[in-house]
Design a protein around this ligand. Structure first.
Ligand code: ZN
Ligand code: ZN
Length: 362
């Protein structure tokens, strides 16, 4: 019988439950989970900080596994049919409708009101829909990708990788740019790697704690600064001193702190671009001076919400490429069994571990 690690309700500890094996609908599959992940969003889910989440919830939105059973046909983007035994990953976003105003007119499927997300807006009542489990039920229409990458290397990027592909795409980085990344969590680290791939000359990173800053350095940040020991003015001076007094060409905010949004604007040069990706959860309001911080600077501030299939697909391709995957091999992961999910959440919440993975067979 499949086993899941579920959050019964907000602020309650994760508990193990046995769930009946689902009856497979036509063109669906049962995935045996090899690895899933624990990210900052899961911490907020446990704390009840996200709206419209159906508890009890099985977290784990990005996972790698082996197709154990297929009923009917499940095929990839190239039209190849999957077979039982294939190692795959899947896009956590399901049921993007391709029929609403956001999908068809705005062409922003991440804002489609019909989309559901495995491990976030699909609860346990919807079936085996989260990766903290022995099995996940891949409902009809789930976008499945054959995974050639080493599973641990792919999962070291986890959900932060497609999120960062989207953020870097929004950032419009040009060859030779100086990019500033605020935050040294998984999204910050992945944004450093991808900014360099996109052609940045140097990537600066302001974050904490020291272990995460060391990880930023390891994947290619040219310089790092600990925000816990440097006040805002010192951080600004540090950025200006490395950019001929102008500020970064592009700043990617990946912090989860509202005040960092304003700092991102202040640390960016006039006519630069700021991408806000670290406010997926509601971290409250902040204030800024519209004249000094925005209008006079002729700044372009862009929000970046979630990711779509194109980001996820390209993320999987990059990590599957022998020559491109090396930075992700530098990211340290720590594996936890299903029964240790509470400990994993605590370590992620405290920033003690950069990337925590769930190994259901551990
Ligand atoms: Zn839609
Ligand atoms: Zn996540």
């Amino acid at each position: 019988m499949p086993v899941v690690a579920a959050i019964p309700k907000p602020n309650a500890p994760v508990e193990l439950r046995e769930v009946a094996e689902p009856e497979l609908e036509n063109d669906s599959a049962l995935l045996r989970v090899d690895l899933s992940e624990v990210c900052g969003t899961d911490v907020y889910l446990q704390q009840g900080k996200l709206a419209n989440v159906p508890y009890p919830l099985v977290p784990g939105h990005v996972s790698v596994g082996t197709l154990e059973k297929i009923r009917g046909t499940v095929s990839d983007i190239n039209g190849n049919n999957f077979r039982e035994g294939d190692r795959v990953t899947f896009l956590d976003v399901h049921r993007t409708c391709n029929a609403c105003w956001y999908c068809l007119v705005a062409k922003t499927t991440t804002r489609c009101p019909h989309r559901k997300v495995y491990g976030i807006t699909y609860g346990l009542d919807d079936g085996l829909c989260g990766g903290w489990a022995s099995h996940v039920y891949l409902k009809p229409g789930t976008r499945v990708i054959n995974l050639e990458a080493d599973k641990e290397t792919f999962m070291s990027g986890g959900c932060a990788l497609p999120t960062s592909v989207h953020a870097v795409e929004r950032a419009d980085i040009k060859l030779g740019y100086t990019v500033l990344v605020l935050g040294s969590g998984p999204v910050g680290i992945n944004s450093i790697i991808l900014s360099l791939m996109r052609g940045a000359l140097q990537v600066l990173c302001i974050g904490a704690p020291e272990t995460r800053l060391a990880a930023a350095k390891k994947v290619g940040a040219s310089d790092i600064l600990n925000f816990e020991t440097h006040a805002e003015q010192q951080r600004l001076e540090w950025v200006l001193s490395q950019t001929a007094g102008r500020g970064a060409d592009v700043t990617i905010e990946a912090t989860g702190a509202a005040e960092a949004v304003v700092q991102a604007m202040r640390f960016t040069r006039d006519a630069g671009i700021v991408v806000i990706v670290g406010q997926y959860t509601d971290h409250g309001p902040t204030t800024f001076n519209p004249h000094l911080d925005l209008n006079k600077k002729h700044l372009d501030v862009r929000g970046c919400w979630g990711s779509d299939f194109s980001h996820f697909y390209r993320a999987a391709q990059i990590v599957s490429n022998e020559k491109r995957c090396s930075p992700w091999r530098e990211i340290e992961v720590k594996k936890f069994g299903l029964g240790d999910a509470n400990e994993a959440l605590a370590e992620v919440a405290d920033g003690r571990v950069l990337k925590a993975l769930i190994d259901p067979r551990q």
